[in-house]
Write a protein that binds this ligand. Structure first.
Ligand code: NAG
Ligand code: NAG
Ligand code: NAG
Ligand code: NAG
Length: 412
């Protein structure tokens, strides 16, 4: 697979302040859009196709939508893990399933499993990252399961008991899907690299990519990076074998040392670009929002809302600053990397979920996902219920994949 990656990045990225953008965009759409139409700037709105291409699907709002059924449910998709299976574990309300992301000024197409599978026929896709990557991959498996059977073939690659790595295969489409578990992306040693405990301190080697993914991705056609949640833990950062910083983690991690987070993405992007035969499309899913209220995760906090935030409520969103800081680091590093990648004929693209996720305190498992830490049931305001808001990330992904493939001269 070879892509001619010139001219791929016509969409503008998020500006620094993601929380002002919806307002700016709203004003721009309502006030400026008709004006621009009148002036008829051909380079912006030359054709319908052009218009769709220019639309930023990540700026929008959650609108009420009444599908007959969600794409799938806990009966039609047998692959939902208990951690995300909110309906099975008693979530009583359904309003959170009746919302769709509506970008300002264009439509986000519905996910079409048949089309998706045709696009990836004979190809391979790897999610790289933490449980957020797992959460999105599980959503994708359920979405695809409506059109083509996917088999868990993990034991062909690793021990089936290894709950972190999973491999799937669709015999009908010769499509391979996997998650390469690597929450930090870089090399790590020390306590609790896999456990769910937040106590143990870990050492991150910021200039070394983690072999869990770096040694495996060269032949993949699609790479999707999604990680960040583990950077809240106690960490010591190394570069060139020397300690360069760290953090104690802690409660409300406003003073989180984000240096390691930034470096982990830098190192990862560099690694991809230096792979000799890698020709795949690379996507970065930005930081996902969490929503503990009435206390932190270890202080009895929960997320028991059944509606998205209103604009006013979102003003008081207590993780806003941190989310914005992490998002900005990702986007800045990504932009730099994308320029380099483009020179090398590689396609890097962004799946910018931060803003959309920040508005959905209602879409987490809360008490309705089955997960325990030291025998204590975890209230989960970090991951996302399946089905639910996270299916939108795959609508974004599908849209961006089609766009990338259609824009490149060589067919995939
Ligand atoms: C699906 O969820 C319902 C509860 O809403 C439950 O009764 C049913 O057993 C679940 N089905 C499966 C296959 O888990
Ligand atoms: C999905 O795409 C296929 C192939 O293009 C088409 O036949 C089908 O009608 C689409 N399904 C939906 C629900 O749009
Ligand atoms: C399946 O896809 C792989 C690439 O992922 C390719 O090497 C192989 O030839 C394909 N097999 C068939 C039967 O098409
Ligand atoms: C949500 O949780 C808070 C804190 O535990 C509680 O005071 C409130 O009544 C709950 N709201 C609903 C709708 O259950």
């Amino acid at each position: 697979m070879k892509f001619d990656a010139k001219e791929i990045f016509s969409c503008k990225y998020l500006s620094k302040n993601i929380f002002q953008l919806p307002i700016i965009l709203f004003v721009a759409t309502v006030v400026l859009f008709p004006l621009i139409r009148i002036i008829n700037k051909p380079h912006l709105y030359g054709s319908i196709e052009e218009e769709t291409r220019e639309c930023n699907i990540f700026f929008g709002h959650w609108a009420t939508y009444h599908p007959k059924e969600p794409y799938y449910n806990n009966e039609t998709c047998p692959h939902i893990i208990d951690q995300f299976n909110c309906i099975k574990f008693g979530r009583p309300d359904r309003e959170f399933l009746k919302l769709r992301w509506k970008p300002y000024g264009c439509e986000l197409p519905l996910f079409n499993a048949t089309e998706f599978l045709r696009l990836v026929q004979g190809k391979s896709m790897a999610f790289v990252g933490d449980s957020m990557a797992r959460n999105q991959m599980d959503s994708l498996i359920c979405l695809l399961n409506t059109a083509g059977r996917l088999e868990d073939v993990t034991e062909r690659y690793t021990s089936k008991a290894d709950v972190f790595f999973r491999w799937w295969f669709s015999p009908g489409y010769n499509f391979t899907l996997t998650i390469l578990w690597s929450p930090f992306l870089v090399k790590v040693t020390g306590a609790d690299q896999r456990g769910r405990s937040f106590d143990g301190s870990m050492n991150l080697y910021l200039d070394d990519p983690n072999d869990a993914w770096a040694s495996k991705i060269e032949d993949f056609d699609f790479l999707i990076f999604s990680t960040g949640q583990w950077f809240y833990r106690p960490l010591t950062f190394y570069e060139n074998g020397h300690i360069v910083g760290g953090q104690q983690g802690g409660k409300f991690m406003k003073d989180l040392n984000l240096y390691g987070y930034k470096k982990a993405f830098q190192t990862s992007f560099k690694t991809i670009m230096n792979l000799k035969s890698f020709k795949g499309l690379t996507f970065l899913v930005t930081q996902s929002a969490k929503h503990f209220e009435h206390g932190e995760y270890n202080e009895g906090g929960n997320c028991n809302r059944t509606r998205p935030f209103t604009k006013e409520e979102r003003q008081g969103y207590n993780y806003g600053e941190l989310l914005e800081a992490m998002h900005d680091i990702q986007v800045d590093e990504f932009r730099e990397a994308e320029k380099e990648a483009r020179k090398k004929g590689l396609h890097f693209d962004l799946i910018d979920i931060s803003d959309a996720t920040s508005m959905r305190p209602d879409a987490h498992p809360d008490q309705y996902g089955l997960i325990y830490n030291k025998n204590v049931k975890v209230i989960d305001c970090v991951h996302w219920c399946l089905p639910g808001a996270i299916d939108t990330w795959n609508e974004f992904l599908f849209y961006k994949m089609k766009q990338a493939i259609h824009k490149t001269s060589t067919s995939i």
